[in-house]
Design a protein around this ligand. Sequence first.
Ligand code: ADP
Ligand code: MG
Length: 691
Amino acid sequence: MRPEALFPLYAEIGVLKGVGPRLAPLVKKVAGERVRDLLYLAPQGVIVRRPATVATAGDGEMVILTVTLDDHLPPKRQGQPWRLRAHDDSGWIYLTWFKGFGPHLTRQHPTGALRIVSGKVERFGVETQIAHPDHMVTPERAGEIALHEAVYPGVAGLAPRILRKLALEALDRAVDLPEWIDPAYLAKMAWPTWHEALTLLHHPVAEADLDPRALARRRLAYDEALAHQLAMAQRKQARQAEPTPLIPPSSLAKALQSRLPFRLTGAQMRTLAEIRADLMSGRRMTRLMQGDVGSGKTVVALLTLADVAAHGGQTAVMAPTEILARQHMESLAPPLAEMGVATVLLTGRDRGPGRAEKLAQLASGAVKVVIGTHALFQDDVVYDNLRLAVIDEQHRFGVNDRRRLMAKGETPHLLALSATPIPRTLELTLLGDLDVSRIDEKPPGRLKVATTATPLTKVEGVIARLDQATRDGAQAFWICPLVAESELIDLKAAEARAEELNARLPGRVGLAHGRLSAAERDKVMADFASGAISILVATTVVEVGVNVPNASIMVVEHAERFGLAQLHQLRGRVGRGVRQSACVLLYAPPLGATAKARIEILRQTEDGFEIAERDLMLRGGGDLLGLKQSGLPHYRFVDPILHADLIRAAADDAQLCLARDPHLTSPRGQALKLLSALFDWKAEDPFAEAS
Ligand code: ADP
Ligand code: MG
């Protein structure tokens, strides 16, 4: 349901003058299907023309001249331009055409006539010329030449100037709308109204007006951020509409905590408190716990599910792979069993009577905790009282997987775990409708991973050291990059590397890659985990979170091909045991500046959040490609980095508005509804739809 006030803006572009079957597809490609899309099409450039005289026009300057035409000089030979000599009181100039000339020029612009001409001036010695004037009109039509002309992104077959005309027509159709920005904030920022901002957008008078930091652009970016944050806040509101029973902190969790061989870190305690506040809020929890591999997320999940179990509820802990599920089982089941809480593992391997038995225990409620993979939400799996879903590596699951698991209970709480830190700067943009806890502190006593960068030319030395270290009982990962376009070639490289290492260290090397079946891969991983092999050569399939405490060396071949976050993840797989660990980044020289900066950051810090943030800054506003793939919305005006302050303000504002006026019925609420409809946010973040 679209508000009537927006009908003119939601009309199809076909209503605009001159947009017929030929232009429509081109305009659609550049801007979109509706008048609104042209209204919101931001110019990329601006031409500034200065009225001048021939003598005062600077070389390279865009000027407007008033000249008298003297003489047409058609080309004498192939390849020569058509030249038209003209003058004003200050001097003379050639207007030249290298193509598109002909006798029509003499007819349209006869000798002796007065013309207003615009174009870029070029000076060669004593000669001055304008090649291909962009305007050349009689004095009566001088008004057609704009002093400032916005330049729109073009596409083959569609001149930017046509887009400009259409954008200005869209602007004409935009009636003023009621203000949706809080008046005090608007005044503080000294922003123009919506309509004024659009007018400024389409009438830039200098390069500075194109900057995302220009007032008009900031206002429009704020509008966009507000619409987005409002959509996310509404989604959250809808999710929390149904009340849930209160789950208080339990003596079971307390007992478990007191038996831990360590004390919780501050970050773990804070996160647990945040989760407990959710469970006592009477509303459904949708919380993401972020923290590096090894930061201790599992323990926090354990204490949470203990609270749920003590309250009579069931928890499903879902991991993306069997090996991760088994690791969770190994760390969670024993302490729970000691406290009399039954836990089962359910994976694709369970079949026949064994599986039937487990399902019966789940359906009866005899089992309070089930750990597994996709097997957890298959059709015939029935829960007695599923109250909590813990999803490890949540981004590895599809929307439907999560939805199917959640559908097994009545408004179950969701606790998602992720070892991929989202930079703080992007948190509201990417995760605005979730509650986020950050475990940004490592358990004490962890040794720093010694990180070095070594050119591939010195790989022999690395292998020799590996040989020695593995003889002393160490284990190592050796990661070979996989670049999608040439998977086979990459695979060959990994195979060759494994063979070479195996020749040097016979019987001690295994190879894991994406072409192996799940069972084959699990076998190699299990051999590595048990210590049967010392070196695991792998393409990047090494499971995130896989725990091999004895592995203390991480070699990354062609480190320059990996992103910073990826390198950090890889390095996180070592340094978990008692051995001093090392990470060797093998690179193909020479290193580019960015690759150098990346490696330097890695050497400086092991904090995943800081690395993610610095990676983002390194990439800057330009290359946000990787982030787009990770769900960054396709904003028109918002630059998540340059407008970080606006996004924060918009999130606060959206929450405040909904808290005060949940159905947006007040005058400002009505205006906000207009804003929402104007931007028309689709739920882009699949995680948001999970519940
Ligand atoms: P994550 O799931 O975040 O990768 P885990 O929960 O598996 O991390 O924890 C990694 C290791 O650190 C485990 O062996 C765990 O027992 C241990 N650990 C967790 N919290 C602490 C702590 N506060 N102090 C010491 N060791 C801890
Ligand atoms: Mg883990």
